[in-house]
Design a binder for this molecule. Structure first.
Ligand SMILES: Nc1ncnc2c1ncn2[C@@H]1O[C@H](COP(=O)(O)OP(=O)(O)OP(=O)(O)O)[C@@H](O)[C@H]1O
Ligand SMILES: [Mg+2]
Length: 341
């Protein structure tokens, strides 16, 4: 049986079945025809199946009852083999599982403190804020820092950058790597970029993401931005519910991938005018309730005085909501606001 960072999570389980999580061979009732249908929606392994929703299988032409049964079977197999935790856990077991969660440093200690150590695996972190507040810059910095060894705050792993706004800049990765004393060419090889042209393309890329994570040994995935194509492709109130439904499915897929593959996912989001705001901030994150509930953590960014940026965590179950981090965008990526310029 292959061993992955995910595999190690289940080592506490005593009775384990030998299951190949990277194929579909251990599933009952799956022949070549079904395999082909599953492949058409990006499902090639038990891991992919456990991260999919039955709805996606139905879209591939699989009968609804069988779709549910297959998704369930995948989960049961992953649980019995120790790759996934069981459905019911004690608080102690949940705490144990959270120990397998890892963090990636942003390279900026105030931001890391705000995030309680960095960006978490098994979670989707949303960076939201107005243009120029540093969302894309933080994503670039993380593409470099995820490649650092663990003792330096990274995961010695690759990054996947899903670029919807054509703002990925290899030159910037090069600059950050060089300023941090790393080999820029090697770091650039560790970043895989997918340029995405519309919302259907984004859904397709997200569907195939499991395979890419495996192939490139990635532990960090960024979608910059999660919302722009959906907003452009579904204009008008009459299309809003379809847009939200597609956005929701995409976010769910990302969250399940993050959990099952033990990777950190970061998505960026814009702000829109909030006509309902009488006091304070006249903007709000776009994407409505779907984005508000579909991500694990929401980090709000804004411009501060003297070219600084300010980050704050909104609605987190365990981060203090009144804490703010001040940082600056520098050649090293992002750094504390009081670091030398
Ligand atoms: N090498 C660099 N050194 C210092 N500052 C930089 C560097 N590169 C970019 N910046 C600054 O980063 C800011 C842009 O940030 P970023 O692109 O992350 O914004 P964003 O939040 O992604 O905005 P948008 O919503 O438009 O995508 C600009 O103010 C720019 O001056
Ligand atoms: Mg940007």
């Amino acid at each position: 049986m292959a061993v992955s960072p995910v595999a190690k999570r289940g080592e506490a389980h005593e009775e384990r079945e030998e299951v190949d999580i990277y194929s579909l061979d251990d599933l009952r009732g799956v022949g070549e025809a079904t395999k082909e249908k599953l492949a058409s929606v990006g499902i090639y392994s038990l891991l992919d199946l456990a991260a999919a929703s039955p709805r996606e299988l139905v879209d591939a032409g699989i009968d609804a009852k069988k779709a549910e049964e297959l998704c369930l079977q995948a989960r049961v197999l992953l649980v019995s083999s120790g790759f996934l935790d069981s459905e019911l856990m004690t608080g102690k077991e949940v705490l144990e599982r959270r120990k397998s969660l890892e963090r990636i440093t942003t390279g900026c200690s105030s931001l890391d403190n705000l995030l309680r150590g960095g960006v978490e695996t098994q979670a989707v972190t949303e960076l939201v804020g107005e243009y120029g507040c540093g969302k894309t810059q933080i994503c670039h910095a993380l593409c470099v820092t995820v490649q650092l060894p663990r003792e330096k705050g990274g995961l010695s792993a690759g990054a996947i950058y899903i670029d919807t706004e054509s703002t990925f800049r290899p030159e910037r990765i090069y600059e950050i790597a060089k300023a941090r004393g790393l080999n820029p060419d090697k770091i650039l090889e560790g970043v895989v970029v997918s340029e995405v042209y519309n919302s259907s393309h984004l859904q397709l890329v997200v569907r195939e993401l499991g395979r890419h994570i495996e192939k490139y040994k990635a532990r960090f995935v960024v979608v910059d931005s999660i919302i722009s194509h959906f907003r452009a492709d579904y204009v008008g109130r009459e299309n809003l519910s379809e847009r939200q439904q597609k956005l929701n499915a995409t976010l769910h897929r990302l969250l399940r991938l993050a959990e099952i593959r033990n990777v950190a996912v970061v998505v960026t989001n814009q702000v829109i005018g909030d006509p309902g705001a009488f006091y304070g901030n006249p903007t709000k994150p776009s994407g409505g309730h779907v984005l508000a509930h579909g991500t694990t953590y929401r980090v709000f960014l804004r411009r501060g005085p003297d070219d600084t940026r300010v980050a704050r965590i909104m609605d987190s179950p365990y981060h203090p909501s009144d804490l703010e981090a001040r940082f600056r965008i520098t050649e090293k990526g992002v750094e504390d606001a009081d670091s030398k310029r």
